[in-house]
Design a protein around this ligand. Structure first.
Ligand code: ATR
Length: 280
């Protein structure tokens, strides 16, 4: 039987996951297919048991199902448990096992841009939602020098910090204070949807007080260069766009399913080309 892979989410019409995974399957010589399935929240339980009954080899999970799906799976791996969300499922001996590759995907793309060890760097993260949690709980395993969080709702930043149980040196900081103290940070990571298409003129923070050597990352990848990143580039700061994280999580999911490491640069080119940028 040809292996079948997929994505469940709502909506999935504009997802680039089928493009990059089908190209990777072809390159790996696997005669399989990856399909996007649009699943509404009230159909999630049925969709998951359907996936299992049909013997789908693996699938990705996206908004809004990353948390809800956990109750319908047979097993959850420790990382996904810690991140409290699943973005990748693999069928293992008839059982559906949930994983989360978002944090590792982000870390991989960040490390490519850094020339100092994480232990020497002070981080500021903007946002405290699901994507922020994946990044924060992953970074907590790698002990950066410090990792502060700023968020519109400060309580959410505080509760995210509490859930790492002191593994990482962090403070929750109101947005205006973070802006004032921006010069303290080596890496600034934006994790909210501010600046995402169609609201391309929005930016989460003013960068005027940032260090000249700071690295600015945005997990938004549509547009590839958000207003935040274009302001950072204008100030001469190094930038990391969201395509790297998207491709990083996909590459790790592909490895989990097939045992084969896909060509992440090719995956990135496909995404950039589809978004109307210049392929690398
Ligand atoms: P995701 O899973 O994509 O991270 P989420 O869990 O809904 O989405 O989290 C969204 C994050 O973006 C939160 O940090 C949210 O701030 P609040 O905790 O205050 O809600 C932030 N966010 C979204 N829209 C925002 C806006 N217009 N201004 C400031 N923060 C915003």
């Amino acid at each position: 039987m040809k292996p079948l892979y997929g994505l469940i989410g709502y909506p999935v019409g504009h997802s680039m996951s089928p493009d990059i995974h089908n190209a990777a399957l072809k390159d790996a010589g696997i005669d399989g297919h990856y399909h996007g399935f649009q699943v509404e929240e009230h159909d999630l339980a049925d969709a998951v048991s359907g996936m299992k009954a049909l013997g789908i080899s693996g699938f990705n999970v996206t908004v809004p199902h990353k948390v809800e799906i956990m109750q319908y799976l047979d097993k959850i791996d420790v990382t996904a448990e810690r991140l409290r969300a699943v973005n990748t499922v693999r069928l293992e001996k008839g059982q559906l096992v949930g994983y989360n590759t978002d944090g590792e995907g982000f870390l991989h793309s960040l490390l490519e841009a850094l020339d100092q060890p994480l232990s020497e760097l002070s981080f500021l993260m903007i946002g405290a939602g699901g994507a922020a949690r994946a990044i924060y709980m992953t970074m907590a395993e790698y002990t950066p020098k410090s990792f502060d969080i700023t968020n519109r709702t400060i309580e959410k930043a505080e509760s995210l910090i509490e859930s790492a149980e002191g593994k990482i040196t962090s403070s929750a900081i109101p947005l205006n204070q973070a802006e004032e103290r921006l010069g303290n940070y080596d890496v600034i990571i934006h994790t909210t949807s501010i600046g995402m298409y169609p609201n391309v003129e929005e930016t989460p923070i003013s960068l005027t007080k940032a260090k000249k050597t700071a690295v600015v990352c945005d997990i938004v990848y549509n547009p590839i260069e958000t207003k935040l990143l274009s302001e950072a580039a204008g100030l001469g700061l190094k930038t990391v766009d969201g395509v790297g994280m998207f491709v990083g999580q996909a590459a790790r999911a592909f490895e989990l399913w097939t045992g084969i490491t896909p060509d992440a640069r090719k995956m990135k080119s496909i995404v950039i080309e589809k978004l109307g940028g210049t392929p690398c």
